[in-house]
Write a new protein. Structure first.
Length: 441
C-alpha cells in the first residue's frame, strides 16, 4: 500500500487535525482571558464530557466499524451501537451530576456543583456528532469529518472572538456557553452530512451479546486509558487546587498537539488495518505501519527538541505571569510525546481482536502512571506532576511494541525498509519537482 495513492484522504485528515491545532490558538486566548481558577473549572467540564465521549466512541460505537463491513448486519450494528452509546453517555453524566455534593467535598471546590449541573446537557448535545463521526470514519469520508469539526470549532471560535471583543469572557459560565453552542453546531452539521449512512434495521444475525463482548472490554480499556489522558486534572485538583488545575491543563493544551497527531494516525490506521487483515495482506500492513512510525517519530523528535530548547517559554509567555509555572510542567510532560508515535500499534491489536491484551496493557500503564501522580502529589511537587503523563506514554509504548511483535507483525526490518522507501520517495520528489538529485534517493 503506497501512501501517495491516498493523498486525498491524508490531506483531509491532516486538515482536520490542523483544525484542532488552530483551535488550540483560540483556546490559548480563552486561557489568557480567564484566571487559573475560572479556567480550572472550565477544564473540568470540558474534560468530563471529553472523557465520557471518548470512552463511548472508542468502545460502544467502535462496533459500527468492527461489524459494519458486513452489509447484512450493518443496520443492526448501527442501531445497537447508537442505543448503547446514548444510554451509557447519559447514565454516566447524570450519575456524576447526582454525586456533585460528595465530589465537591473531595475536590474541596464547591463550584463543582455548577460543572456537574451543566454536564448532562453538554453530553446530550454531543451524541449526534459522535455517532455521525463514527459512520463517516467507517467510510473514510475524511472531508465530511473535517466539515463536522469545522462547524463545531468554527462556531466556538466565532463566539470566543465575540466574547473577547465585548470583554465578556471572564467566568466559567461564559466558557460553558461557548462549548455548548459550538458542540450543538457540530452535531447538526455532522447529522446532515452522514444522513445517507443512517440505515437502522433489526435485520441480521448480529446479537447484542456479541456487541457487548466486543465493546465492554474496550469500554474498560478506554476508561482506563482516558483516565490518564483526561481525568488526570482531578488528581491535580485532589492534591493541589483549582488554580493548579488551570496551570496544569494549560500545559496539557500544548501536549495535546502531540496527542492529536497520534490520534490521527490511529484514526486512519484502524479501519485500514481491519481491511488489510481481512484480505490477509500482512505485508502491506507492516509496510504501512512502518512508514507511519518513522514519519511520526521524525516530526515529534524535531518538535520536542524545539520546545525544550526554549520554545515552551515563548508560547507560555503569551498567557502572562499568572501561568508562568506552566513552562516547567510542560517541559517535563513533553518527554512523554517521544513515545506517542508507537500508539498507532493500538489499531493493529484491535484489528486482530486482541481487546483483552489491550486492556491488560492499558491497566498496567495506568497503574504505573497513577503511582507516579500520587508520589508527586504527596511530595507536593507540582512542577513534576507531568511525570505521570511520561510514565503512561512510556509504559504503553513499550508494551504495545512487545505485544505486536508477539503477533509476528512490524519487525525492525519493516522499519528499516520504511526508512529506505521514504528516502527514495523524497529523492524522486526533489528530482521531479526541482531537478535536484537528492542524497536521500
Amino acid at each position: 500500500m503506497q501512501i501517495r495513492n491516498h493523498i486525498r484522504l491524508l490531506s483531509w485528515t491532516a486538515a482536520d487535525k490542523l483544525l484542532f491545532l488552530g483551535y488550540g490558538v483560540v483556546t490559548w486566548l480563552q486561557i489568557r482571558a480567564l484566571s487559573p481558577v475560572e479556567y480550572g473549572l472550565a477544564a473540568q467540564l470540558l474534560t468530563l464530557q471529553a472523557w465520557i465521549a471518548i470512552v463511548a466512541e472508542g468502545s460502544l460505537l467502535q462496533s459500527i466499524i468492527q461489524y459494519g463491513h458486513d452489509q447484512q448486519d450493518r443496520g443492526r450494528a448501527d442501531l445497537i451501537a447508537l442505543g448503547l452509546h446514548t444510554v451509557f453517555t447519559l447514565a454516566l453524566a447524570v450519575g456524576i451530576a447526582a454525586a456533585a455534593s460528595p465530589l465537591a467535598q473531595v475536590f474541596n471546590e464547591q463550584r463543582f456543583h455548577s460543572v456537574a449541573t451543566i454536564l448532562p446537557l453538554y453530553c446530550l448535545i454531543g451524541i449526534p456528532r459522535s455517532f455521525a463521526l463514527k459512520l463517516l470514519q467507517r467510510e473514510l469520508r475524511a472531508r465530511d469529518v473535517f466539515l463536522t469539526n469545522l462547524a463545531w470549532l468554527g462556531t466556538a471560535t466565532v463566539l470566543t472572538i465575540y466574547f473577547l471583543t465585548h470583554d465578556r469572557l471572564r467566568y466559567f459560565e461564559d466558557m460553558a456557553l461557548i462549548a455548548c453552542v459550538g458542540l450543538t453546531a457540530g452535531s447538526v452539521v455532522g447529522s446532515v452530512l452522514a444522513r445517507d449512512l443512517y440505515h437502522w434495521s433489526l435485520e441480521g444475525t448480529l446479537t447484542l451479546r456479541a456487541v457487548l463482548r466486543f465493546s465492554v472490554p474496550q469500554a474498560l480499556m478506554m476508561a482506563l486509558a482516558t483516565s490518564i489522558r483526561q481525568l488526570d486534572i482531578f488528581i491535580v485538583q485532589a492534591f493541589f487546587s483549582t488554580r493548579a488545575v488551570g496551570v496544569y491543563n494549560a500545559a496539557k493544551m500544548l501536549y495535546r498537539v502531540f496527542e492529536t497527531g497520534a490520534d490521527a494516525a490511529v484514526w486512519l490506521m484502524y479501519p485500514t488495518a481491519v481491511r488489510l487483515l481481512h484480505q490477509e495482506r500482512r505485508d502491506a500492513l507492516n509496510a504501512l505501519v512502518g512508514k507511519s512510525l518513522i514519519l511520526q517519530c521524525a516530526v515529534v523528535f524535531a518538535a520536542v527538541f524545539t520546545l525544550e530548547a526554549g520554545g515552551t517559554k515563548f508560547f507560555v509567555g503569551f498567557l502572562g505571569a499568572q501561568y508562568s509555572e506552566t513552562t516547567t510542567v510542560f517541559n517535563v510532560m513533553a518527554i512523554g510525546a517521544l513515545f506517542l508515535p508507537v500508539m498507532v500499534l493500538q489499531s493493529v491489536l484491535l484489528a486482530l481482536h486482541r481487546v483483552d491484551r489491550m486492556l491488560g496493557i492499558t491497566a498496567i500503564s495506568v497503574i504505573a502512571a497513577v503511582a507516579v501522580y500520587i508520589i508527586v502529589g504527596v511530595l507536593d511537587l507540582l512542577p513534576l506532576i507531568g511525570t505521570g503523563v511520561v510514565m503512561y506514554a512510556a509504559a504503553m509504548g513499550f508494551l504495545l511494541w512487545y505485544a505486536v511483535r508477539r503477533e509476528g507483525l512490524v519487525a525492525v526490518t519493516d522499519l528499516v525498509q520504511a526508512m529506505s522507501d521514504i528516502r527514495t520517495a523524497i529523492g524522486v520528489f526533489m528530482q521531479r519537482r526541482f531537478g535536484i538529485v537528492s542524497p536521500f534517493k
